[in-house]
Each structure stands twice: as structure tokens, then as C-alpha cells.
Design a protein around this ligand. Structure first.
Ligand code: FEH
Ligand code: ZN
Length: 354
């Protein structure tokens, strides 16, 4: 490193990223930490950003380095970073909701909901498709001491492995023996979702739903009890009715988030059931008002996870209670990997190694 680093950056929407040599970020505030990126996961949100679909809702200046699932090692710390908390060489996972620290959401520990939140690689700050990333405060890093985990295990946990965890925690009081939970969409998030559904829901049956047999096979390896191929099942409603003995699904975690998945979810939901939407593929869905009232449906949104929830999923990984399903790629191949993700060719999570 000669004061320059390699970063894959968006210069123009809908165009391939450019691998640029840029100046290494410099610490200018006392709480900042420079992290040497060990791994960065690739998320569908990156595709929305790169295509420009989100340019009005999340305005950014170009060029921009994407990547919000980051883990690596502390390279340098600002003057006020307490040495007993963090020092160069430490393995860290980057918490992605950079809140103001002051508002009602931040004060309740929900910094990802902060009205002024910044997200690495998604908003004004550069992200982890790079050799180094500057983190505004050590408060946004989870130190992972004496871990057997590697950066490529930790990186996907900061989003893909965190988002379904929070979603299931929101509704787990509605689950237990004799209850049914569906995980809709077995992409990066869904394979973790299936595992959390087994761990957190006290004996509920877990239904994995997807249009790809490969992804359903992964769900099966993660412990799903029933696999539903949404492409080949002619009658989803009858199929779920038969498998659940007429009870239908008490909870559905929608990791896709389109009008179609919302409609499918409502059609197989039990009375009093809950849909938690975490996927961001679609734009709008129609809610059937009478059915929602008469059947007391609950519809939740769930955004990412908070700092302590990130600590918890890292704990689960360190204890061997969850497993990752990752494919590693070189940062140099970023544009090819983006193509694989677009075409649904990545099972589990694709992770870039700079
Ligand atoms: C997307 C956009 C803004 C904040 C957080 C997110 C997450 O879903 C990251 O994938
Ligand atoms: Zn993401």
C-alpha cells in the first residue's frame, strides 16, 4: 500500500463498476477507525443502488464504493478510541446502521432506524468493495476477539444473517409447538432465516418456499421441514392446507417483498397470522382490507438489525449454532459476480475478498 487503495466504484448508474486506485482514507476525527476489509458480502440492495433504482430515495454522489456487509481488521484508530475496546489488528464486523447517537431511536438502541442514519456503501459513505473502509466511530464495530470466525463468515452476518434474525424475533411469541412458519425466498437472507426459525421458534414447523430447487436444497440442509417450489406448485393454497392439516402458516418471513409474494403470503396465512416483510424487490402491494380485519392479520416491516442483535448472531456463529453458505470471489471479479447475483446464480451469499 503506497497511500493508494483499490476500490470498485459506481461512476454511472447501470454501468459496470470501475476498479479504481484511490487515495487511502485518512483518519480525521478522533472516534474514527480505518478497517482493512477482509470480506464484503454482495446484497440485492447493491443491485438496486448500482442500477439507479434508489437514486431518488437514497441520493448519493458518484463515484461511490458500494458494499455494506463488511468485516476485516482494525488498521488504525483515532485518538479517542479506547485501547481496551479496540486496537490495530483486531478482527471486527461492521454494524451498518450509523445513527446520530442522540435521537429517540438511537437512544433505544435502534440506530439502524435513526432518521439521520448513514449506511456504508448505500448512502453518503463509501462501503466495503474496497481494500480499506473508514468507519466514523468505533461504536459501529463489533470486536470479535479470539474468534474462530473469519472475515468471510462475519461479513454476511452483518446484513443477510442479521435481517431475518430481527424479523423472527419480532414474531416468535406467536410460534411454538403445533405452529408453522414460512420463509419465503431462500436467497442470501432465507438460508439464515430457516436456521433461526429452527433455533428461535420452539418447535414450529418450518416451510421453505422458493422457485429454485437448488435454493430449496440449501433450505433443506439448513433444517427446513417442508420445501415448497413456488414455480412448480400449481396450487400453493391447497398444498399448504394439506401439509398443515388445514392450519395454514402462522408467520411468513417475506425475504422477497413483491406484490406477488405479498399476495401469496396472504393466501396461505392462518387467522391471527403475521407477515414480516424484509425483502425490497417490489414497490407496492395491495392489502385486502376485509380479509385483514376479519382474520386479524398482522403486517410488519423489519429493517436490518440493531447492534446487539449483530452481537447475538455473531455469538451464534461462534458457538457453531448457525452455518454460513458463502461463495468467495475476488474483488477483481466484482462485475461478473454482480451478473451472477442478478441472474439468481448465487446460492447463499456471494462474498468479495479484496
Ligand atoms: C437497504 C436500504 C437502506 C438501508 C438498509 C437496507 C438494507 O436492507 C440493506 O440491505
Ligand atoms: Zn443488504
Amino acid at each position: 500500500m503506497d497511500g493508494h487503495i483499490r476500490s470498485a466504484r459506481i461512476h454511472e448508474y447501470k454501468k459496470p463498476l470501475k476498479l479504481d486506485n484511490i487515495s487511502r482514507p485518512v483518519i480525521s476525527r478522533d472516534e474514527e477507525v480505518l478497517v482493512k476489509v477482509g470480506a464484503c458480502g454482495l446484497c440485492h440492495s447493491d443491485l438496486h443502488l448500482i442500477s439507479g433504482e434508489w437514486k431518488d430515495i437514497i441520493p448519493i454522489n458518484l463515484p461511490k464504493t458500494p458494499g455494506h456487509e463488511i468485516a476485516g481488521w482494525v488498521e488504525e484508530v483515532g485518538k479517542s478510541v479506547p485501547e481496551n475496546i479496540m486496537k490495530p489488528g483486531d478482527l471486527v464486523a461492521v454494524f451498518g446502521g450509523w445513527g446520530c447517537g442522540w435521537c429517540i431511536y438511537c437512544k433505544s438502541g435502534e440506530e439502524q432506524l435513526c432518521a439521520f442514519a448513514k449506511w456504508p456503501g448505500l448512502s453518503s459513505s463509501d462501503g466495503g468493495f474496497s481494500e480499506y473502509v473508514l468507519i466514523p466511530s468505533y461504536r459501529f464495530l463489533v470486536n470479535v476477539p479470539n474468534s474462530v470466525a473469519r472475515p468471510e463468515d462475519l461479513a454476511p452476518l452483518t446484513d443477510a444473517g442479521l435481517t431475518p434474525y430481527r424479523a423472527i424475533k419480532k414474531v416468535r411469541s406467536m410460534l411454538g409447538p403445533g405452529r408453522n412458519i414460512g420463509i419465503l425466498g431462500i436467497g442470501g437472507l432465507g438460508s439464515y432465516g430457516v436456521q433461526y426459525a429452527k433455533i428461535l421458534t420452539g418447535g414450529s414447523k418450518v416451510f421453505a418456499m422458493d422457485r429454485s430447487d437448488n435454493k430449496l436444497e440449501l433450505a433443506s440442509q439448513c433444517g427446513a421441514d417442508y420445501l415448497v417450489n413456488l414455480r412448480s406448485s400449481d396450487n400453493l393454497v391447497d398444498g399448504i392446507r394439506t401439509e398443515t392439516g388445514g392450519k395454514m402458516l402462522d408467520v411468513i418471513i417475506d425475504c422477497v417483498g413483491t406484490d406477488k409474494t405479498f399476495h401469496d403470503s396472504i393466501s396461505i396465512l392462518a387467522k391471527g397470522g403475521s407477515i414480516v416483510i424484509v425483502g425490497l424487490f417490489g414497490t407496492a402491494a395491495k392489502i385486502p382490507i376485509a380479509m385483514t380485519v376479519l382474520n386479524e392479520y398482522n403486517i410488519f416491516g423489519s429493517l436490518w438489525g440493531n447492534y446487539n442483535e449483530l452481537r447475538e448472531v455473531i455469538e451464534l456463529l461462534n458457538e457453531g449454532k448457525i452455518k454460513n453458505n458463502i461463495t468467495k470471489f475476488k474483488l477483481d471479479d466484482v462485475n461478473e459476480v454482480i451478473g451472477f447475483l442478478k441472474d439468481g446464480q448465487i446460492t447463499g451469499r456471494g462474498v468479495l475478498i479484496p
